[in-house]
Design a protein around this ligand. Structure first.
Ligand SMILES: [Zn+2]
Length: 113
């Protein structure tokens, strides 16, 4: 992180204060990105799409950022993330109501019929 984006907290502690974006907004965005990437990774894995491993690495990277910047939030959400990711897991031969790829396949079938 460059000096243009961070500075030491006024108290002298090593906490980073973001100049361009408040931490709560940044954290909110990181959480949104994590959830979006995790959903896509699970969907890609369910439908055997090759990029699912890369998406899972991105999810791990974002989660590591969240853990570094907000360890209490990470600890609070970790179990929920795992449970939600498992709930979305399915195979390419099953329809999952929350899967965007299953929904897209259903729309394609409806259009073709
Ligand atoms: Zn699906």
């Amino acid at each position: 992180m460059s000096a243009n984006h961070a500075r030491r907290h006024r108290s002298g502690h090593a906490e980073v204060a973001y100049l361009g974006e408040r931490p709560s907004r940044r954290l909110t965005r990181l959480l949104e990105i994590r959830d979006c990437l995790a959903a896509r990774a699970t969907e890609y894995a369910a439908h055997d799409i090759a990029d699912s491993d890369e998406l899972l690495r991105c999810v791990a990277d974002v989660q590591a950022l969240i853990k570094a910047e907000a360890p209490a939030v990470h600890a609070q959400r970790w179990a929920t993330w795992a449970r939600h990711d498992v709930e979305l897991a399915h195979t390419a031969h099953e329809r999952h109501p929350a899967c965007g790829l299953c929904a897209a396949a259903g729309r394609t079938i409806e259009v073709a019929a």
